[in-house]
Design a protein around this ligand. Structure first.
Ligand code: ADP
Ligand code: MG
Ligand code: MG
Ligand code: MG
Length: 418
């Protein structure tokens, strides 16, 4: 087959199309006639297959030249697969073992073949079922700190970092999706928006008329587009995390871009706050998910606290980039100057993170891409009740982020709303 011409895989054609690949045969077994293939993609954008041979299984992910959720009327370039591959490589180096191992990558066919995570399940599903995963708070905090610190000017040689900023700058179309869907569309009657109506109509009108909120959302968009601070995952929600009780893995970084450290952390925490407010839509009787709710708020605090501690450790031990050089601080016998700078940097990440979390909550309830936490609540009155609390918290943390001094304060607000 001509390598240049893209062709979508199907379960039928897959063994013939990639059955000659040595790395894959080595992993799952030589005889591709005996491979079985299942399509499992539940994502919005791409094809995902599990292929199983005599020796084992692998995941085959292929980008399509359009948005799967919408169809061919919304084209989306195949090169997102290239960015996903490069992000996986970097994340795997920065926090070893936390992303699937790559078997091979075919740039023309936009195919990534990777480790099949099993018996892992998508974290969002586990949380909807009311499961409490004991390790995720710590694992996610470490992943965020390590990938975000080690991809930044705090750590990287500046030549390497600038080259990487240039490489990822071409992920234009996926950034464009975030720029519109997260920061703008929720705040006006954009065509692709939807929300639970008529229940949420009055609150939605109020939010769209909220000047402070709209200004804040655009300040955050400005940060998103202008602050090329580190390589972000770009889509770090609970649907991009796979878990067992013992393991946490991160998948699907096709939205990877150079942006603010706070962006990934904010998206992540937003998804836990949404899970928190969705629980009352899933509980069998009032109060039966109380422990889950408390676990979710604890997990939010654990993620942030772990992030803060690990980021601080890396600041003290791996700060080799062009910023806040040790030659100005520690090497001059003034380690407290480095600590003072660290506090300022962390405080800025915290304030921005709250803003990103707030708008992420809004867009998942008012925009195009909703999440299963709320969508799976069949009764619209019950769903709207959960969603309206989340919308209010989102507004509170986005607008008041400079005045909210700790996650403890947000915990109280969330519990009061709930
Ligand atoms: P999309 O970009 O379309 O959202 P994802 O990378 O999120 O695609 O994959 C879609 C689904 O496929 C995931 O929700 C998960 O169920 C499954 N999946 C993806 N990668 C793996 C993997 N490495 N191991 C096991 N399952 C996976
Ligand atoms: Mg996905
Ligand atoms: Mg580890
Ligand atoms: Mg994706």
């Amino acid at each position: 087959m001509d390598k240049q011409v893209f062709e979508a895989l199907s379960a039928e054609t897959l063994p013939l199309r990639i059955g000659g690949n040595a790395a894959l045969k080595e992993k799952i077994g030589e005889n591709c006639e005996r491979w079985t293939v299942n399509e499992v993609g539940d994502g919005n954008l791409n094809l995902v297959f599990i292929v199983t041979g005599d020796k084992g299984s692998a995941i085959i992910k292929q980008a399509l030249p359009y948005v799967r959720l919408v169809g061919e009327s919304w084209p989306l370039p195949l090169k997102r697969s290239f960015f996903e591959y490069h992000a996986l490589v970097r994340q795997g180096a920065r926090d070893p073992g936390m992303v699937p191992e790559i078997v091979f990558f075919d740039v023309e066919q936009a195919i990534i073949v990777m480790e099949f995570l099993t018996p892992h399940v998508i974290l969002r599903r586990a949380l909807i079922e009311g499961r409490r995963l004991p390790k995720i708070g710590r694992d996610l905090g470490l992943f965020a700190a390590r990938t975000l610190f080690r991809g930044s000017d705090f750590s990287m040689p500046t030549r390497e970092k600038k080259a990487d900023v240039a490489l990822f700058a071409d992920n234009v179309e996926l950034c464009d999706i975030t720029e519109n869907l997260v920061f703008s569309d929720p705040y006006f009657e954009a065509e692709l928006n939807r929300h639970t109506a008529p229940q949420l109509d009055p609150l939605v009108a109020e939010l769209r008329a909220d000047r402070d909120l709209k200004v804040e959302a655009q300040r955050l968009k400005h940060l998103f587009s202008a602050k090329a601070e580190t390589l972000c995952h770009g889509d770090l929600h609970t649907g991009s995390i796979m878990v067992t009780d013992d393991e946490t893995r991160i998948i699907d970084p096709e939205f990877a871009f150079y942006g603010p450290i706070s962006f990934d952390v904010g998206m992540l925490l937003a998804n836990f706050w949404m899970s928190y407010f969705s629980q009352s839509g899933h509980e069998a009787e009032r109060g039966s998910r109380d422990e889950v709710r408390s676990y979710l708020l604890d997990t939010i605090e654990t993620i942030w606290e772990t992030f803060r501690v690990e980021f601080s450790r890396l600041w003290r031990t791996e700060r080799r980039g062009i910023l806040y050089q040790a030659s100005l601080f520690e090497d001059r016998g003034d380690p407290l100057a480095a600590e003072q700078a660290l506090n300022i940097v962390l405080d800025e990440i915290y304030r921005e993170m709250l803003g990103f979390a707030g708008v992420e909550i809004h867009r998942r309830i008012l925009g195009l891409a909703h999440n299963a936490d709320f969508e799976m609540i069949a009764d619209p009155d019950r769903r709207a009740n959960c969603e309206s609390k989340a919308l209010k918290l989102g507004r509170h943390i986005a607008v008041n982020r400079h005045r909210i001094h700790s996650l403890r304060d947000i915990r109280e607000t969330a519990e009061r709303l709930q």
